[in-house]
Design a protein around this ligand. Sequence first.
Ligand code: 1GP
Length: 231
Amino acid sequence: MEDFSTWRHIFKLDPNKEISDEDLEAICESGTDAIIVGGTDDVTLDDVINMLARVRRYTVPCILEVSNIESVTPGFDFYFIPMVLNSEDRKWIIGLHQEAVKTYGEFIEWEELLTEGYIMLNSNSKAYRYTNSIPLDDDDVVAYAQTAEKLMRLPFVYLEYSGTYGNPDLVQNVHEALDNAVLIYGGGIQTKQQATEMAERSDIVVVGNVIYEDIKAALRTVHAVKKVNSK
Ligand code: 1GP
């Protein structure tokens, strides 16, 4: 099994968005540690299967970040299961999870599942609104991260700024507050400098949107992250 504790950089591909074979090859062969296939809404089984088949031409580990039960398919290396810790709606914290276990429990390969304690931090993002997330002050964020690690013993804490660049000081504070959980930072990374700054303050940096806006800039984030020693 892949040792995700050594991962530093992940590209997130939206199964809903178009990407050319050439760009996909560049992403998969970039030296990134893994590819996450994931989106917010409108993720369909067809699109997920299509993306899996295309990424599987390369050796890079491929993860499905599960956003709905209907689009789950076998064949990924891991399944990341988000629990949105600052959602107001129990469905996003534990509800859909319980439903999925009830329906598909006997088919689940438990060791392939890894839970992410998601903390939504960009109130303008689709994911934040979609999951009925609520605003937090910095102390709340640190406490949620520690709750995820210490009480829930989740392997990942995910600071999700999707679509906007986050607050490096807050990311650093969260990182310092965690002992065991792997801290994932995602959101708004468009330059090498941003990638470096967040890599210095987290364990894994996730790069998404810029893949579709500026592929060369996206590829440059890999080296920027890899050369940083964190913690
Ligand atoms: C989204 O955290 C990821 O879930 C990455 O964010 O798309 O803004 O890079 P961006």
